[in-house]
Design a protein around this ligand. Structure first.
Ligand code: FES
Ligand code: FES
Length: 164
């Protein structure tokens, strides 16, 4: 039987809205969204850690839902709105979270922090009455090797109390 050579990866013209700006690029069909944002658009706030969907460092928002940027192909974001930590920096909730993280010492090396902030932002917006247990549950896909999580939960809880 004749074996077929696998086709070469193709690039696809893709238009997406990144932090409110429409961007059109030819994108390698295999490129992940977090790599596209970092390498092609210079948006390095989202981190690539495990690149296997485990650590949450690459957390992004696509059409309002948080996703793993290392498991989402950039072309899959075609026609969608992508928000990164840079794009949310003028958002009051994010600013309050950043301030609370700083005050509560909820970050050390900072590698997990952008993903952690996006996950926290999602919960504060959707469920500002979340219990500490629910906060922990919501952050269970975001790993932090430094802080032990207690200070992170404290910071998020403080922001939620301010919102109620
Ligand atoms: S880099 Fe995406 S989950 Fe770890
Ligand atoms: S602050 Fe270092 S991994 Fe979270």
């Amino acid at each position: 039987m004749k074996t077929r050579t696998p086709p070469l990866a193709q690039s696809v013209e893709t238009t997406l809205i990144v932090n409110g700006t429409t961007v059109t690029r030819r994108i390698d069909a295999r490129q992940h969204l977090v790599d596209f944002l970092r390498e092609e658009l210079g948006l390095t706030g989202s981190h690539a850690g495990c690149e296997h969907g485990v650590c949450g460092a690459c957390t992004l928002r696509v059409d309002g839902r948080i996703v793993r940027g290392c498991l989402t192909l950039a072309v899959q974001a075609g026609g969608k709105r992508v928000d990164t930590i840079e794009g949310l920096s003028d958002d009051g909730t994010l600013a309050a979270l950043q301030e609370a993280f700083h005050r509560r010492n909820a970050l050390q090396c900072g590698f997990c922090t952008p993903g952690m902030l996006l996950a926290a932002h999602d919960l504060v917006e959707k469920n500002p009455h979340a219990t500490r247990e629910e906060i922990r549950e919501h952050l269970s896909g975001n790993y932090c090797r430094c802080t032990g999580y207690q200070a992170i939960v404290d910071a998020i809880e403080t922001v939620m109390k301010g919102k109620r």
